[in-house]
Ligand binder design. Structure first.
Ligand code: PAF
Length: 302
């Protein structure tokens, strides 16, 4: 049996496909992507194939989540290569719409998410550094959920804040979809896989390994001694500084659900909170390439 993906490029064809799965009583696992697929995306597809009857991968470089000064034009696009990569993983259907299909009149208010619908989870960290970004993400994900009607949807934990924002979107708009956050897939030296890694020069690629090294060091220190959030941040910042990564958007130790910073509390409170489980979020520039990563500090037994 060939695993060659069925390619859907228009909305009528998509609606027929969605209806056919529903008529056959098949559960749809959705993997939304912006293409330039790497092993991280393929792991989402594998999970989807294990947990649903049919897998729908969407490939769409969503213009509304890029700010004017960001890399929309430069963002890698390789539909042929993506279809081949998918073929080696599982039998999937691919939906690759045009920008006009998704945004027929530039922006269609009926399905755009408004900024007052996003709460605190969306406004800090990435929300602060990339104004408008989560409006674009939630708008496209809401449209994709509505168009494709999946039972389960798969997202990578590398974009941890995005995952939390989408969980909230799912609840608030009652999509009733099971949202699965899949583990971060890393290169052998620990760098989190990202389509943007392709922008790095060889020297920058080496520098970038400091991100995960810093996160790992901080995480194991948190596990082994009583460290406050500020101290953990300093550990990561030091490792970044040693690698001459000096443009840091944020290094933050946060509550895993609310993403509230734990640094606002006093030292003892911070340690107590970290012991209950925390996430360290990082966003930095290596050269002109913006990279994000995170690590989960699991609850620490006394
Ligand atoms: O994580 C991504 O690739 C994108 O933000 C997503 C979820 C596909 C929306 O465009």
């Amino acid at each position: 049996m060939s695993n060659s993906p069925e390619l859907i490029t228009d909305l009528t064809q998509l609606a027929q496909w969605v209806q056919a799965q529903s008529d056959d009583g098949l559960s749809v696992g959705l993997v939304p992507t912006m293409g330039a697929l790497h092993a991280g995306h393929l792991s989402l597809v594998k999970s989807a194939a294990q947990q649903s009857d049919v897998v729908l991968v969407t490939i769409f470089v969503n213009p509304t989540q890029f700010a004017a000064d960001e890399d929309l034009q430069q963002y890698p696009r390789d539909l042929e290569g993506d279809l081949q990569r998918l073929q080696s993983v599982a039998k999937v259907t691919v939906f690759a719409p045009t920008v006009t299909d998704i945004y027929p009149s530039g922006k269609s208010p009926a399905t755009n998410i408004e900024s007052n619908e996003l709460d605190d989870v969306a406004t800090r960290w990435e929300g602060e550094q990339r104004p408008g970004h989560f409006l674009g993400v939630t708008t496209i994900v809401h449209k994709l959920f509505t168009l494709t009607k999946p039972q389960i949807a798969f997202f990578g934990r590398k974009d941890y804040q995005q995952l939390r924002v989408i969980e909230q979107l799912n609840e608030e708009h009652r999509h009733n979809i099971k949202i699965v956050g899949c583990p971060i897939v890393r290169e052998e030296d620990g760098l989190a896989m990202s389509s943007r890694n392709a922008y790095l020069t060889a020297a920058q690629r080496t520098q970038a390994t400091a991100i995960y090294k810093g996160l790992q060091t901080a995480c194991s220190m948190a596990n082994n001694m009583e460290m406050a959030a500020t101290e953990l941040q300093e550990v990561v910042q030091k490792q970044l500084g040693n690698a001459e990564i000096n443009r840091i958007d944020y290094v933050a130790v946060v509550h895993p659900k609310s993403l509230e910073p734990l640094v606002l509390l006093d030292r003892t409170e911070q340690i107590k909170q970290i012991k209950l489980g925390a996430i360290i979020l990082v966003a930095v520039f290596v050269g002109n390439t913006r990279l994000i990563d995170n690590i989960y500090i699991p609850p620490i037994n006394p």
